[in-house]
Design a protein. Structure first.
Length: 607
């Protein structure tokens, strides 16, 4: 058979790794046998590998008009390996290899397949081995070692041709190892998944890529087993497996992490937006009921997400972070589950979610803007973005009527994204129109604030809209902070690093956040409407507001009075040296056109 050769500037390379060595082989022949026996083209030194474990064959792909390598389980005589081969976490008998594919031989032996540039490779170095140095950094810097440049023009990194000679493992019978595959779902189990994570992070370090780990917990799955039996429970697990596979891209790996938990490895992430899309597909796919014995069985899931290198520098740190996020989200979901309206059935909640999704897609959601003013300078300091639902049947619906339900659905994240994007873009438009620079303020609910993708989402939106970070203000309530002060501090610190302004909203309701105020990196506190409402009725109320204002100023935080409606409230706050105010006394929330006109006028007539 005549093959169309690959480009003379590129080579197919197999990087073969085990616990003792790493070899980089330039694949020049048309066929390779891989296994433990010494007669193989490529000898693998492990008793868990079969004598003839796998075969590599160069074939011509007529669809792509290029040749490529295929890997087969076993040899060409039909003999299969004992422990199988796994490509990107999927057990298979035959597979056409693609650049970046991860290969596991059913044990601790792994490999990766690459298309690399040969421009800088001397022929004398092809398939040469050198002793494996314990100091990887020193090895990379050794000028005597040849290097292979990756052909991807966007990723400049190198492979070093390195390895070490091991003693022949002998030609005994294969040591059987069945613990790498989950018997129910036939997915890689935790042990094998950890191997893939190690390979992916090693490759990511070389390629300067990001890697994502997702842990998925199926809540109360034991109830499914108790109600339907373990056999039907296993059928549900298999169905979950198939749905998860349908959500993933080629090269992504799904594994059985535990009894009711799954793990997903996304080895190539270039943008946070891609991870966001994957998680949304998973959430959407798993929310639909499963048909079991002619019954509809709904499941509740929790996710924990970790991103390399942001959340950890090695496999252990990444997996620990993902588990921490999963456990927190399980706790958060369980505690909020009991507070949901028990009269609202799942079908009703599903209908609300579907209708909100339609509203988002059909652009029925709009933002109004309420000015925040400085009564000394008589200028607008900020605009608070407030969502409204322009319902085709019921007209303008306030957020209090639908946002609490949005928090109970998986739409809360895309809704958060829409609000932030719209608000940031509007502020950018005002700046383009040469209007006075103002803060755009966006409220975050409990679920929004603790979502593991919040910081990355905001970072992406600021980049996309080209809004200067300090022009965005995030309002977080006292109750949200007190939910988990340690995690709240970390999230606030991460947000602060982006350069956004942070405001403690509804301050003064419970007074319990006072002890934590000095630890949190807030720029501003916003006094709650209930505190302002009775400010002028008696001296005790006035003293309380005075103390809160003094407290904020002692921590060098800007103090804003919210819900100012009367002249008496305005005067009382002015006498207490509170300069920034917001409320109906100055303006109701305004649509974009009227908010723009308000900015132009600077609202001097109210003072």
């Amino acid at each position: 058979m005549n093959y169309q050769k690959q480009s003379p500037n590129s080579r197919y390379v197999l990087v073969l790794e085990d616990s003792h060595s790493r070899r980089t082989i330039s694949l020049e022949e048309s066929k390779y046998y891989l296994g433990r026996h010494s007669s193989n083209s490529l000898v693998i030194h492990s008793r868990q590998v079969s004598r003839r474990h796998a075969t590599l064959i160069r074939k011509f792909n007529r669809k792509t008009n290029q040749e490529s390598f295929w890997i087969l389980d076993g040899d060409l005589d039909g003999n299969k390996s004992q422990n199988g081969i796994f490509i990107n976490g999927q057990k298979c008998l035959v597979h056409e290899l693609k650049d970046g594919d991860l290969i596991n031989f059913g044990c601790e032996v792994n490999a990766s397949y690459h298309l690399v540039s040969s421009a800088t490779i001397s022929e004398s170095f092809i398939n040469q081995e050198s002793s494996l140095s314990n100091d990887k950094t020193a090895a990379k810097q050794n000028p005597n070692l040849p290097q292979l440049s990756l052909s991807d023009p966007q990723q400049q990194s190198t492979f070093i041709l390195e390895g070490s000679q091991l003693k022949n493992s002998g030609n005994d019978d294969t040591f059987q190892e069945q613990s790498y595959l989950d018997p129910v779902t036939e997915l890689p189990n935790r042990i094998l998944f950890n191997e893939y994570v190690s390979i992916a992070i090693t490759n990511a370090q070389r390629h300067q890529n990001c890697v994502a780990i997702l842990l998925i917990d199926i809540e109360h799955f034991s109830q499914v087993n108790d109600a339907l039996g373990y056999t039907m429970g296993d059928h549900v697990l298999v169905a979950i497996t198939q749905r998860l596979k349908n959500c993933l891209r080629t090269g992504d790996i799904v594994a059985r992490w535990g009894g009711d938990e799954f793990a997903i490895l996304v080895p190539h992430i270039k943008e946070v937006e891609n991870l966001y899309k994957i998680t949304q597909r998973i959430i959407k796919e798993l929310k639909y009921p499963f048909d079991v014995q002619k019954q509809s069985q709904s499941l509740t899931t929790n996710l924990g997400v970790a991103l390399y290198p942001k959340d950890g520098k090695d496999p252990k740190e990444i997996l620990t972070y993902a588990e921490t996020q999963l456990n927190y989200n399980k706790q958060l979901g369980a505690e909020n589950l009991s507070s949901k309206n028990s009269s609202l059935s799942s079908p009703e909640l599903s209908q609300i979610e579907d209708r909100l999704y339609q509203a988002l897609m059909q652009k029925e959601l709009i933002l109004y803007y309420q000015p925040q003013l400085n009564i000394i300078t008589e200028k607008v300091e900020g605009m608070e973005a407030l969502i409204r639902w322009n319902h085709p049947k019921y007209g303008l619906i306030s957020p209090q009527q639908f946002l609490p339900w949005a928090d109970k659905t998986e739409l809360i994240l895309p809704l958060t994204r829409w609000i932030l994007e719209t608000a940031c873009q509007q502020n950018k438009d005002w700046q383009t129109q040469k209007l006075p620079s103002v803060l755009i303020s966006v409220n975050l609910s409990l679920y929004q604030f603790y979502h593991p993708q919040l910081v990355d989402l905001i970072d992406t939106i600021l980049t996309t809209t080209e809004l200067t970070p300090h022009c965005l203000e995030l309002d977080i309530t006292e109750s949200s902070i007190l939910k988990d002060t340690k995690l709240a501090y970390q999230t606030l610190t991460d947000l602060k690093k982006l350069g956004v302004s942070l405001c403690l909203d509804d301050f003064g309701i419970g007074y319990t956040a006072v002890s934590h105020l000095h630890q949190m990196p807030f720029n501003k506190i916003k006094l709650d409407v209930s505190v302002i409402k009775n400010i002028s009725e008696n001296s005790e109320n006035t003293a309380l507001v005075s103390a809160l204002i003094a407290l904020g100023k002692s921590f060098k935080m800007r103090v804003v009075a919210e819900g100012v409606e009367t002249r008496q409230q305005l005067d009382a706050l002015h006498n207490l040296h509170c300069e920034a105010m917001q409320g109906y006394r100055f303006s109701h929330p305004l649509p974009v056109k009227e908010a723009t006109e308000f900015l132009i006028s600077h609202a001097p007539k109210f003072f």
